[in-house]
Ligand binder design. Sequence first.
Ligand SMILES: [Fe+2]
Length: 347
Amino acid sequence: MVGRRGYSPPVTTTPTATHRIFDPLLPRVQAEGMLRLCERYGRYGMYSQEQSEAEIGQGLFQRHDAIANFLRTGGRFGRKGDVATLGPRTNYFRESYAYGEDVRISGVEPFLHYEGFVEAARAIHARPVIEPAIVYANILLPGQELAVHTDVPEFRGANRKIYPQWLMVVMHHSGLFEEYRMPIATAVGWFNDCRGGEFAYYPEGPDGPAATIAARANTGIILDTDTVFHGVDPVAADLPLPPLRPGMHLAWEDGRWVVRDGDIALAEYGWGDIRFSISWKAYCFADEDERRAWKEHQDDLDLERILARLVDDLRARGRLDGERPGPTALALLLIDEYVRFPRPAAA
Ligand SMILES: [Fe+2]
C-alpha cells in the first residue's frame, strides 16, 4: 500500500514520532475523484481564529500559543513586521467531509476507510484499535500559509469543545496528563500540484531541523500532529493575497475557484493556484476497554484537577511561588513554560 517511488525515507522512526509518506496515495482514478469531490462540495467557509470564552485565559486567542509564537518569531523564515496581514495570511478555508460514520459528501469513503492510513496509524502509536474521527478539507490561497503549531489534542474529559485549545496543547506538552490522552494519528493527502505550500515538520522534535515535503498530487503523510510541530510554507508567494476577512467564502463556479464577499467576487483561481489538502484523524486505542472508558466517560479529568496539577508542576519547576496568579496571567505563564516551539530557520 505504501509506495516508495522516488522517495528514500518513507518510514522514519524518531524519538518523538513515526511518520509515513504515501507516494502514490490512492489509485489514480480515486485520487482524481477527490478533486471532483472537492468541486462538488462547492462552497468553503473561512476557518478563523476566535477568542476563547473560557474564564481561564479570557481574551486570549484559542491558539494563543501558535499566534504569539508566529508574531514573536515571524514564522519559519523569521519574517517580521507583517502583523497587519496576519489574519488574511492565516485564515484559510475549511469544510468537513465526514465526522466518524457521518459522511457529508458521497465519494469520500475510500479516503475515510483507506486501509493504508489505518495500518500506519496502528504503527504510529503502537495501538491496534483505530477509529476514524473526522475527514476535512483545507484550502489555502496564494499568499496564505499556516504558522508552525501542534494540533489540539484530546484527553478523557478535556477537549476543544469545552476548554480553550491552547490549554489542551499545554496539557500535552507538559507530559503530565499522558494517561488521559487519546492518541490521535493524522494523515494529510494532496490531490493537486501546488506551487509552494510545502508541508514543513520537525520529525526530530522542536530542537531538530525541519523537513519539508511538496504538496504534490496523490501523495500524503501520516504522523502524530499533536506531538510533531508542523506548518505550511507560503503558497505561490509571488501572487497577491486578496483582502480576506472572516465570513467570506470560496466557491467552485464554472470551472474556477471564486473568493466571494457575499455577492462580490474578490479573486479567481484555477486548480494550479491553490493548495488543497484533505486531512484524516483517527483515535488510536490500546484495546476495547480503553475505547469504552473514553466513550462512557469513566475516569474523566476536570478543569480544577488539570489546573491544580499544572500549578503544582510550575511550583516544582520554580516558575511560581506564592498565590496562584489570575486566569490570564496563569494562561500566559503555562504557554510560556510548556509549549517550546522550534526556532525559525533564519535565526
Ligand atoms: Fe496542524
